[in-house]
Design a protein around this ligand. Structure first.
Ligand code: NAD
Ligand code: UDX
Length: 484
């Protein structure tokens, strides 16, 4: 075809949903159908309460839905009617077999390829939007070739997605770059041109970068590895700050002022979470191992080792400050999502910090503005997360609809997500309802700690050490022998 008139996206998740809403919004002459095998998800996309929360998304979906944006469970029909098909299904870390715990599980991608091979005919551009290991497009092409004579007419492209959750709409509307990889043959270049024309409706030509398929697939893994590495690097330094009196915000400012380094992504935290960073680094580690490059694999693995250390270091600090015993003590947890402005909890650092506190016997009052109670319980009760039986976890965890009720009668407030609303809460009122000494453990370094201390809080945060009054000598702890 001369241009793409209809698009089908397989996978109505965090990527497929917002991406297709923006395409429909910006390309009124293209019909966009998002299909998913999960009927609950499709029903939610067709309802007033969308399955995911992203600022600005609801308005765009409501504007386009029923006009040129449709959601359906009929995968085959969507595929048959489309000129261009996005594969935007989940590619989690494998939990079984070869590469368990590292390799990407490509079951869903392969099943999409087989569905497309089984029902499509004519010319189709098939676009890998899911994050996959380098050379995955070759497997898709091979499945097409082996299953369907018509598939010789299919072109496979790589078009990885770089949106971040919480800012998906803004990222999609104004991307740093759109990356399109394809085979450098006349047919491959023609397919690249067709997809480029779709994005050109709203993305400037200099931001659309085209390259060979393998470079494009690898660039996605490497982008996430670099971003996560920055977080682990600043978090490694935060541990040095806490032990020395240096302040991580000041260090980040000084380092980030170097234009070669840049100031973004240097916010020290309780650790990175989200469905992508850990999974994609493990994917890169596995690719490196398979290529017999153990030093390269270990180099990237260290980013995850550091992240695990940061999460457990923070949890252990809470226990140690609360006189090394939190059994049966109530603790308020502010935030459960892996970052602000999303209800997503996948790989959230809150999960491992809460599991640690529960195993020590604490009672947790959890408040998050966007995460549902069932999600919190299902994350904490997931096998391998917390050593306690489900019944005991359900007993120890209470979710709250507001932060004040969560903090009442607790020994400590633990901030695990950087929601803006936590900065402006009435801590003066809150401390009056708490037990003394009342602690704040700020895992995101977002609160005004000087003011909290003026109100009487004992404060700990990532990347900065506060002096304690002498009678709480233990707080200056044996971990700082040279400085106390
Ligand atoms: P998700 O789990 O939110 O959504 C995937 C959807 O695909 C699910 O609804 C599932 O039911 C559906 N699905 C799976 N197999 C199917 C099949 N055979 N037929 C029909 N539907 C099927 O996942 P996501 O977060 O949207 O991620 C999708 C891909 O995009 C992953 O590879 C991920 O690594 C990548 N990615 C994610 C993000 C992010 O921020 N979440 C960002 C960039 C890239
Ligand atoms: C990431 C990538 O940014 C995005 O390009 C890719 O498409 C998907 O993976 P996402 O995981 O949605 O996006 O969010 P991101 O903003 O990258 O944050 C990831 C984690 O790192 C969060 O837990 C966040 O709190 C943490 N983080 C981020 C920090 O701790 N410090 C920072 O400076 C930045």
């Amino acid at each position: 075809p001369e241009s793409i008139r209809s698009i089908c996206c397989i996978g109505a998740g965090y990527v497929g949903g917002p991406t297709c809403a923006i395409i429909a919004h910006k390309c009124p002459e293209i019909t966009v159908t998002v299909v998913d095998k999960n009927p609950i998800r499709i029903a939610q996309w067709n309802s007033d309460k969308l399955p995911i929360y992203e600022p600005g998304l609801q308005e765009i979906v409501m504007k386009c839905r029923g006009k040129n944006l449709f959601y359906s469970t009929n995968v085959e029909e969507g595929v048959v009617n489309a000129d261009l098909i996005f594969i935007s299904v989940n590619t989690p870390t494998k939990t079984y077999g070869a590469g368990k715990g590292r390799a990407a599980d490509l079951t869903h991608v392969e099943s999409c390829a087989r569905i497309i091979a089984g029902c499509a005919s004519g010319y189709k551009v098939v676009v890998e939007k899911s994050t996959v290991p380098v050379r995955a497009a070759a497997s898709i092409s091979e499945i097409f070739g082996a299953n369907s004579p018509a598939a010789s007419n299919f072109q496979v492209l790589s078009n990885p997605e770089f949106l971040a959750e919480g800012t998906a709409v803004a990222d999609l509307l104004n991307p740093d770059r759109v990356l399109i990889g394809g085979s450098q043959t006349p047919a491959g270049l023609e397919a690249i041109a067709l997809l480029t024309a779709v994005y050109s409706h709203w993305v400037a030509p200099e931001r659309i970068v085209t390259m060979n398929t393998w470079s494009s697939e690898l660039s996605k893994l490497v982008s996430n590895a670099f971003l996560a590495q920055r977080v682990s690097s600043i978090n490694a330094v935060s541990a040095i700050c806490e032990a020395t009196g240096a302040d991580i915000s000041e260090v980040a400012e000084a380092v980030g002022r170097d234009s070669r380094i840049g100031s973004k992504f240097l916010q020290a935290s309780v650790g990175f979470g989200g469905s992508c960073f850990q999974k994609d680094i493990l994917n890169l580690v596995y690719v490196s191992e398979c290529l017999n490059l153990p030093e390269v694999a270990q180099y990237w693995m260290q980013v995850i080792v550091m992240n695990d250390f940061q999460k457990s270091r923070f949890a252990k600090k809470i226990v140690s400050r609360l006189f090394n015993t939190i059994s049966n003590k109530a603790i308020a947890v502010f935030g459960f999502a892996f970052k602000k402005n999303t209800g997503d909890t996948r790989e959230s650092p809150a999960i491992s910090v809460c599991a640690h506190l529960l195993e020590e016997g604490a009672r947790l009052n959890i408040y998050d503005p966007k995460v549902e109670t069932e999600q919190i319980l299902s994350d904490l009760c997931h096998p391998g997360v917390c050593a306690l039986p489900r019944e005991r976890i359900e007993n120890l965890v209470t979710t709250h609809a507001d932060p004040h009720s969560a903090a009442a009668n607790t020994h400590a407030i633990v901030v695990l997500t950087e929601w803006d609303e936590f900065k402006t809460l009435d801590y003066e009122k809150m401390i009056k309802s708490m037990l003394r000494p009342a602690w704040v453990f700020d895992g995101r370094k977002i609160l005004d700690h000087e003011r909290l201390m003026d109100l009487g809080f004992y404060t700990e945060c990532i990347g900065h050490r506060y002096q304690r009054p002498q009678f709480y000598d233990h707080c200056n702890g044996p971990e700082f022998p040279h400085f106390s």
